[in-house]
Design a binder for this molecule. Structure first.
Ligand SMILES: Cc1cc2nc3c(=O)[nH]c(=O)nc-3n(C[C@H](O)[C@H](O)[C@H](O)COP(=O)(O)OP(=O)(O)OC[C@H]3O[C@@H](n4cnc5c(N)ncnc54)[C@H](O)[C@@H]3O)c2cc1C
Length: 318
């Protein structure tokens, strides 16, 4: 287990209140123990111990990536309230947690409405498990890239101004030991699509992750998604050992092989499809689409009494 410790010298009450508010917003498990207040972040455990007017903080994580990511998040949350954490150790100058640098191998089309980008990545194997998604960091094509690094306070320093990176989230469509593929929905006004079309083989790319959850557990799993969720739906259909059924809004041309898959139904209205199923009979309901549909789906599933741990409804774009 990797560990780091830090302390807040004063305003312990404010620090604890800010962290409790975040835990509630992010739906994190919080327990009060003799050891202190324990909060479980994705991939890391936080122990908070009040010490007089201060607060002791310990982060434990199975690897350095999760440790440094939690350290960054925590430092950022408290900095928002003007509270500083003094850490015992900070990996200042290291690349941002989970960031690997690769280069464009090729760009083609996986379907009429999707670009397929293949990126060469020495440690692509990292993305085979633990998370379906990653953040794609695209530097301006006419400048030497400046990659985000861990700063002196443990927060990640992101390049800005002319060096700012475009950073959208994508799903691993396929991967080998030293490459990773992503399928990018080709929509109007997309800086990612413009970059991908303009980039030549060899252009540097940052891939940050993996994250964003793994194959949902439950039997059966019901998936509802739009085009941006199609790569995730394909991967879940491929990886899940349980029964999976999917409702997708995408053109028949973009569904390609899935048109003949009896588990998949093409629909025009995801919310109507969701309303037409009985969520109570599902092991897990998974929804990924634009912000409005994700919000409506969350409201619908809550109103129908589905417990919060039996569904996710995530905005894939805004
Ligand atoms: C966990 C996760 C996984 C994802 N996986 C994928 C994936 O594998 N493939 C994929 O294509 N997308 C995926 N997305 C969605 C993708 O991150 C967003 O669509 C993102 O906005 C794309 O960035 P961009 O550079 O194209 O546009 P942005 O710079 O984000 O936005 C530019 C403009 O495009 C609009 N826009 C963004 N998305 C859409 C859309 N789908 N339709 C119409 N207008 C849009 C915005 O409203 C804005 O006006 C995923 C998102 C998440 C959260």
């Amino acid at each position: 287990m990797h560990r780091t410790r830090g302390r807040v010298a004063e305003r312990a009450g404010d620090a604890m209140a800010a962290l409790r508010a975040c835990a509630s917003e992010w739906n994190l498990a919080v327990s009060e123990t003799a050891e202190g207040v324990i909060m479980d972040l994705p991939g890391a455990r936080l122990v908070l111990q009040p010490t007089g007017t201060g607060l002791g903080i310990e982060i434990a994580a199975p690897d350095d990536v999760h440790l440094r990511a939690a350290q960054d998040n925590l430092t950022e949350v408290l900095a928002g309230g003007g509270i500083e954490i003094g850490w015992d150790d900070v990996a200042a100058g290291a690349l941002a947690p989970g960031l690997s640098i690769g280069e464009v191998i090729s760009c083609g089309q996986s379907a009429p409405g999707f670009l397929r980008l293949r990126v060469g990545l020495a440690d692509a194997g990292r993305f085979a498990s633990a998370g379906l998604h990653f953040r794609l960091l695209l530097p301006p094509l006419d400048r030497d890239p400046i990659w985000p690094q861990i700063g002196k306070t443990a927060r990640v320093d992101w390049p800005d101004g002319a060096d700012a990176l475009h950073r959208a989230v994508y799903t691993v469509a396929d991967l080998g030991t030293d490459w990773i593929d992503m399928d990018i929905f080709d929509h109007p006004d997309s800086p990612t699509c413009t970059w991908v079309r303009d980039a030549a083989p060899g252009a540097p790319v940052g891939i940050m992750g993996p994250g964003g959850g793994w194959v949902p557990e439950g039997d059966p799993v019901l998936l509802f998604g739009d085009e941006t969720a199609l790569p995730a739906i394909l991967r879940i259909l491929r990886l899940s050992e349980n029964e999976v059924r999917a409702w997708v809004t995408a053109s028949p041309e973009d569904l390609s092989a899935l048109n003949a898959d009896p588990r998949v139904k093409r629909v025009d209205d995801l919310l109507a499809a969701l309303a037409g199923t009985d969520p109570g009979e599902a092991g897990f309901v998974w929804v990924a689409a634009g912000e409005r549909i994700a919000r409506e789906a969350r409201r619908h599933l809550t109103e129908r009494g589905l417990p919060r741990d039996r569904f996710s409804a995530v905005a894939y774009w805004r």
